[in-house]
Design a protein around this ligand. Structure first.
Ligand SMILES: CC[C@@H](C(=O)O)C(=O)SCCNC(=O)CCNC(=O)[C@H](O)C(C)(C)COP(=O)(O)OP(=O)(O)OC[C@H]1O[C@@H](n2cnc3c(N)ncnc32)[C@H](O)[C@@H]1OP(=O)(O)O
Length: 300
């Protein structure tokens, strides 16, 4: 009896810890100084991150710094965090497309900022800041797609891995160039890449700083589909049509689907099962479920 109570207590504590980690990966206990790095990032301005929340429940997040191939300035990193908070609070949202202005995805961190914060303290804080933001992005209850046009380089390649799916346009490429910068990914891109393509392929992509074209990405399972158009607006429309196959239906159900998959992706199996049970409880007997029972559809 005592042992079983003890085991339950341990399990609950572990789940609470995981729950808390879901909010933020790093805090002061990890030596993370959020206010300090935010102040620093403010000094490197330019570009913007724009969010439009469409009536169909699909959000469009635009990386907007085309002069620098949509490289992330400091203020864009800060704005990304703000947009992710906005998306966390968007209860009608079902999907998200991230794409870059000017027919290209993103060329990673703005090298001017990187040079200025190349000391260890700033580098570690920036790394933790971006990991926190991209982890929250990955865990949004929205089905997310990175629409890769042109180039997704360095941190840009890492950002694509924080999405559930990647769609590429003809002639585009994803490239983890970190080795050539004397670096490894620091925005969580390596950990996520391993889970997407497996450790062997991830090792090849990172150690070879290999250029992955749409065909290669399809082969590796890094991309879902090569779109037919490389033009900005047409490609975005194609991506919206592709995503809407999966976002059709009530927000409560689509969001629950993403949540059970997130749990399965990230948690040990027992915790994932318990989370699935809790999420199941939010849809069982809910309006969509009762309506379906009334209609008694046949799934032929
Ligand atoms: C922790 C850091 C790490 C991470 O976050 O994980 C990083 O991301 S480090 C950054 C990695 N990215 C790079 O090293 C990209 C460097 N740039 C390139 O390789 C090329 O510019 C390109 C992205 C392949 C595009 O080539 P191309 O199509 O020929 O355009 P240009 O080279 O003429 O670029 C136009 C313009 O944009 C400037 N640019 C591009 N990327 C960056 C960047 N990341 N930071 C700052 N500026 C960037 C480029 O210098 C050109 O400007 P001008 O020279 O003034 O014309």
């Amino acid at each position: 009896m005592a042992i079983s109570l003890w085991k339950n207590l341990l399990q609950t504590t572990r789940e609470r810890i995981l729950q808390r980690r879901r909010v933020s990966l790093y805090n002061g206990a990890h030596g993370y100084e959020e206010e300090l790095i935010k102040k620093k990032l403010h000094q490197f301005d330019g570009g913007s991150i724009n969010l439009s929340k469409e009536d169909n429940g699909i959000g469009i997040l635009t990386l907007n710094n085309p002069k620098l191939m949509n490289a992330f300035t400091g203020t864009m990193m800060l704005e990304l965090q703000e947009r992710v908070t906005e998306l966390e609070n968007w209860k009608d949202g079902k999907g998200l497309i991230i794409y870059g202005a000017g027919n290209t995805f993103c060329s990673g961190s703005d090298l001017n900022a990187v040079k200025a914060i190349s000391n260890s303290q700033d580098g570690m804080n920036m790394c933790m800041f971006m990991q926190n933001t991209l982890t929250r992005l990955m865990r949004l209850p929205l089905i997310s797609v990175a629409l890769v046009q042109g180039k997704a380089i360095g941190g840009g390649a890492e950002l694509t891995t924080a999405c559930d799916f990647r769609l590429m346009t003809p002639g585009s490429e994803i490239r983890f160039v970190h080795k050539h910068m004397g670096l490894v990914p620091g925005w969580g891109g390596a950990a996520r890449l391993v889970r997407i393509v497996g450790s062997g392929a991830a090792l090849r992509l990172l150690s070879g700083a290999a250029r992955v074209d749409p065909e290669g990405a399809l082969r590796l399972g890094l991309s879902e589909e090569t779109l037919s158009s490389s033009d900005g607006t047409a490609a975005l429309e194609e991506a919206q049509a592709w995503l809407s196959q999966y976002t059709e239906g009530p927000a409560s159900v689509i969001r629950a689907v993403k949540k059970v998959v997130s749990a399965g992706r990230e948690l040990p199996v027992e915790a994932a099962l318990r989370t699935e049970k809790d999420i199941f409880g939010t849809v069982w007997g809910g309006p969509a479920n009762l309506q379906a029972l009334l209609k008694r559809p046949k799934h032929k």
